[in-house]
Design a protein around this ligand. Sequence first.
Ligand SMILES: [Zn+2]
Length: 239
Amino acid sequence: MSTGIHDLKSLTAGDLVFTIAPPTERTTLEITVDRDASLILRAPTCATRERVEQFIESKRPWVYRKLAEKDALAAPPIRKQYVDGEGFAYLGRNYRLKLDETADGVRLDRGRFVMSPAVAADGDAAMRRWYVRTGQPWLERRVEPWASRMGASGVGVAVRDLGYRWGSTKGESHINIHWATLQLAPSLIDYVIVHELAHLKELNHTDRYWAEVARAMPDYERRRHDLTTAGVKIWTCRG
Ligand SMILES: [Zn+2]
C-alpha cells in the first residue's frame, strides 16, 4: 500500500514546499498560492504521493508564475531616471550615470555610464540594448566552461527579455538569459547558467535535475538563496 498524501503535513518538491490541506470530499487535486506566497495543496483522500508529485510537476510553471506575480506586487517597482548620478549595476557592481552632449549613444567608460541627452529621452530602451549587446559576448565566454563541465557541447546562448524568468531553454542545446541577469554578481549569473544547462538534460525540477546541478555546482543552494534576495532589487524595466 502506498502512502496516502494526508499522512504528510507538507511536501517538498525541488524548491517548492506545499502545505497539505486536511482531507475533504473533493475529487480533484488543486494548488493555491496564498496571499503570503505559501503554497497549499488540496487532494482527495485516496491520492497517492506519486500522483500528487506528478500533478505538482505539471503545475510547476503556473506556480512559478504566480509566485513571481506576488513578488512583483510586493516589491516596489524600480524606475530609473536619466539624470546625472543615477545608478546602474553591471556584474554586481554599481556605476553612476553621466549625461554628456558629446557622447555617442551609451557606453561604460572609466567606471561611469556615459549617455547622450538625446538617448536619455528613451533611456530605458538604450540601457536594455546596452545590456543585451554587452552581455552577449560576456555570456558566451562564461557559458562555455560550464557547458563542457556538464558534458554539453555547442551550447548556444542568447540575451533576451524573458519577463519574470532569469533564464529559459530552447531545444536541446540553446539557453536564453534575461538581460537583467547581467546586473547580478558573476557567481549568481553562474547559478542561472548552470540552472538552465541542467534543464537541457532534465526538463523538470526532479531529484535527478538537482543532482545534476549539484554535480556541477556543489554550493548551488547558497547561490540560489542569494539570487532570491538579490533578485527583488534588480531593475527589469517593467516599473
Ligand atoms: Zn528551472
